[in-house]
Design a protein around this ligand. Structure first.
Ligand SMILES: Nc1ncnc2c1ncn2[C@@H]1O[C@H](COP(=O)(O)OP(=O)(O)O)[C@@H](O)[C@H]1O
Ligand SMILES: CC(=O)N[C@@H](CCC(=O)OP(=O)(O)O)C(=O)O
Length: 258
């Protein structure tokens, strides 16, 4: 299957996804592509932790996850956010089925560093067969980024890195990060193409900061796994243009110097 597009929907945009977003997904399907959605939910997790008076902190852009935090993360991602997104897709006439990485051993993971991060994982294996079977039934799998260790211990996985791992395992044609901005901005202007070297420079000089950092790092890691169509696009507007190309920031390999 070489027509898979993995779409990561950030927590920043989930409540604001527009008709244009769903129309763009339909347009990609009409062109013969199969869609897999991986979602985040950072802001909703934050809200619930606050209302439950559970403290959590970020270490290198990742949420330090105690057992108590993990229960809340799973409740929000696999329970609330996943079902809301499936319901939105369904009411937009898109066939969708919600799963977390725990279902069908979809995402086997290991802890990144149990001492500093607690139950935070990275994906070691993706059940691509299950995803492809769902795609063959014309479902959009909608995946919440919770993984499980061999022992059964669940792990919280950053949604950008989960999407990159899933796209790499599926050898996806495109990996799209749908967020609340039109792409990578510099002084308010959209950068239509950025190379790995430029991304590193933009992180160093502070142009790329906060939530954009895990996104570009995940994008670069997918690029080094061999994916070559990776974009950051907005969920507020149509990301498929009239000409059929995608609007946003495209990450490209270094231009070869001859
Ligand atoms: N150079 C940049 N261009 C655009 N957005 C940036 C940049 N650097 C940091 N950001 C921030 O990254 C945010 C997107 O990341 P985040 O909020 O984590 O989104 P998501 O929930 O979609 O993963 C933007 O809203 C913006 O505040
Ligand atoms: C380990 C880790 O940080 N996990 C994230 C998972 C959700 C996520 O990544 O959501 P966004 O895409 O909305 O940021 C968290 O707990 O917030």
């Amino acid at each position: 299957m070489n027509n898979i597009i993995v779409v990561k929907c950030g927590g920043s945009i989930l409540a604001e996804l527009t008709n244009e977003f769903f129309e763009s997904i339909k347009e990609l399907q009409n062109k013969g592509n199969k869609i897999v959605i991986v979602h985040g939910g950072g802001p909703e997790i934050e809200q619930m932790l606050t209302s439950l008076s559970i403290k959590s902190e970020f270490v290198n852009g990742l949420r330090k996850t105690t057992s108590e935090v993990l229960d809340t993360v799973e409740m929000i991602l696999a329970g609330s956010v996943n079902k809301k997104l499936v319901s939105m897709l369904t009411s937009n006439k898109l066939k969708a089925i919600g799963l977390s990485g725990v279902d069908g051993e979809l995402l086997k993971a290991t802890p990144i560093n149990a001492d500093t991060l607690g139950h935070v994982g990275e994906v070691k294996e993706v059940n691509t067969e299950l995803i492809k079977n769902l795609l063959n039934l014309d479902y959009i799998p909608v995946i919440a980024p919770i993984g499980a260790q061999e022992s059964g211990q669940k792990l919280n996985i950053n949604a950008d890195t989960a999407a990159a791992s899933i796209a790499s395992a599926l050898k996806a044609k495109h990996l799209l990060f749908v967020t609340d901005v039109s792409g990578i901005l510099k002084n308010g202007n959209l950068l239509e193409e950025v190379s790995e070297k430029t991304v590193q420079e933009l992180m160093l000089d502070g142009t790329i900061y906060g939530g954009m950092i895990p996104k570009v790092k995940a994008a670069l890691s997918a690029m080094s796994d061999g994916l070559n169509e990776i974009m950051i696009v907005s969920g507020k507007t149509s990301f498929v243009t009239f000409e059929g190309s995608l609007a946003g920031t495209k990450l490209i390999k270094e231009l070869e110097v001859v």
